[in-house]
Design a protein around this ligand. Structure first.
Ligand code: NAG
Ligand code: NAG
Ligand code: NAG
Ligand code: NAG
Length: 440
């Protein structure tokens, strides 16, 4: 029996090896732009689960912990554990719970060994208060955040809380998008975002939940805020300069940046919307050789060629838009390079992003125009489908990016490419933008 399984296993390895030769790498690029034709039968929207669905219904009683999640801290030996106790309330004249009534304690230890370590954190509740007619107010359950330190890499994390044992192993890291703004009474915004998640902000010296960094799997991740000030004179930019200068590429050779609205997006939806941010920050990211940029916002999939300042460049990052997790607003399907679908420049302005910077191209085939008349050279692959992706770092210079359509089985690949770093070509002489350190 065991032997049969072994055969099956080695067969699948062999298949993988053959496939491997066919997977393109960015060294083969820049690639001719590809648009996978849109499949009309998929023109569905993602449907929100009803409150009564067992997967979203509250399944604990009283003050038992729920919604347990793990976030990474800045380094491998530390994580944040978050959870909620007590019920949220929604309605008129609601009275918030007192967060001090339930302790924030995590006991932990190595697998199969008594839980000898203990860490305490802090707790809070938050409110969404709407002084508008017809909207009900909300107050959360008690949210707890606790940081565990001194973890050893190979150990499994087991945590208990209030006599209940729970295990959680997949950390999530979040960065704000436009939907997290949620303006409420007193012009307060991002309240749920700031309250619900734990961020390694202090650990990464940003002191803001809106931008921070952390290390994982040979990658230094930089999470940037597109809906807070990103200008060269702002705190975020100063922090980014310091953070990039402190990256040790011998420890984390890979540099990956993520924020919500993409800079290189050829769909009509949100086209050139983040130009002001690009103009402020692109040169700095490029000067430190950022390898990959991940974005969301556009409800579709797109992978760029290596690009910098709208020009193909072997040392520019690969920009990947995976805003296609699912959305009730349906998918983005129109491309700005289709005759009728190039937006009027002023219509691309987004209030939430501050200024307006979208201009016509000044060089290349679309010089003098706002849109290309075919898929631009900086766009390598695009497809309107809901999906998700996996990045596997193979070693210092090779990482495999695979995108899957949600409707396909996991064996079927939607897009796949080896992203290959060329440090000797690209990091030889780092040229920093003029504005650096001198004034910070
Ligand atoms: C919600 O809270 C706001 C601010 O405290 C208050 O003005 C408003 O009356 C409350 N609305 C309801 C329906 O309780
Ligand atoms: C980017 O390209 C524009 C237009 O070609 C040019 O004016 C600008 O100086 C370039 N910016 C950088 C940082 O190279
Ligand atoms: C920008 O390009 C559009 C066409 O894409 C054109 O209508 C418009 O006049 C151009 N604006 C400028 C300032 O050249
Ligand atoms: C890195 O990984 C790639 C893909 O698995 C492989 O082809 C390459 O030989 C590896 N390079 C080094 C230096 O190990």
């Amino acid at each position: 029996m065991t032997f049969r399984w072994f055969l099956v296993f080695s067969f699948s390895i062999a298949v993988a090896a053959i496939d491997d030769d066919l997977i393109p790498s960015t060294l083969d690029g820049p690639f001719e732009p590809v648009t996978v034709p849109y499949d009309v039968s998929l023109r569905g929207n993602a449907v929100d689960l009803p409150d009564t669905d067992p997967r979203v219904r509250r399944c604990v009683e009283g003050f038992e912990p729920e919604q347990i999640s793990v976030s990474l801290s800045v380094n491998y030996d530390s994580v944040w554990i978050s959870w909620i106790t007590g019920e949220f309330q929604i309605g008129n004249n609601i009275k918030p719970l007192n967060p001090n009534t339930v302790a924030s304690v995590v006991r932990y230890g190595r697998s199969r060994v008594p839980l000898t370590d203990e860490a305490s954190g802090y707790s809070l509740v938050y409110n969404q208060l709407y002084p508008f007619e017809g909207l009900q107010n909300y107050t959360s359950g008690i949210i707890h955040h606790v940081r565990l330190t001194g973890l050893r890499h190979s150990g499994y994390l087991t945590l208990t809380q209030f006599m209940q044992s729970l295990i959680s192993r997949t950390p999530i890291m979040v960065i704000e998008g436009n939907h997290e703004i949620e303006e409420q009474a007193g012009k307060q915004s991002f309240v749920a975002y700031r309250s619900r998640f734990a961020f390694p902000s202090e650990e990464s010296k940003s002191s803001s939940p809106f931008y921070y960094s952390f290390n994982a799997g040979g990658i230094h991740f930089i999470m940037l805020g597109a809906y807070v000030d990103y200008s060269k004179s702002a705190k975020q930019y100063k922090w980014l300069e310091r953070d990039l200068a402190n990256v040790d590429r011998s420890m984390t050779p890979w540099l990956v940046a993520a924020w919500h609205p993409p800079w290189y997006n050829t769909y009509t939806a949100h086209y050139k919307e983040a130009e002001c941010m690009r103009l402020e920050m692109e040169e700095l990211l490029y000067s430190y050789g950022v390898d990959i940029v991940f974005n969301g916002h556009v409800h579709a999939y797109e992978r760029s060629n290596r690009v910098y300042n709208y020009t193909l460049d072997p040392c520019g990052p690969v920009h990947i838009t995976v805003g296609d997790g699912g959305n009730r607003e349906k998918m983005a399907i129109e491309h700005a390079d289709e005759a009728a679908n190039c937006p009027e420049p002023s219509s691309t302005h987004d209030e939430d992003m501050g200024g307006f910077c979208a201009t016509n191209f000044t060089s290349g085939p679309a010089a003098g125009k706002f849109c290309w008349d075919q898929q631009p050279d900086y766009s390598a692959f695009r497809e309107s489908s809901f999906g998700h992706g996996i990045l596997e770092v193979k070693n210092e210079t090779w990482a495999l990016w695979t995108w899957y359509r949600n409707q396909d089985s996991s064996g079927k690949v939607g897009d796949q490419v080896y992203i290959v770093r060329q440090p000797e070509l690209c990091l030889g002489s780092i040229k920093l933008p003029k504005s650096s350190f001198a004034d910070s």
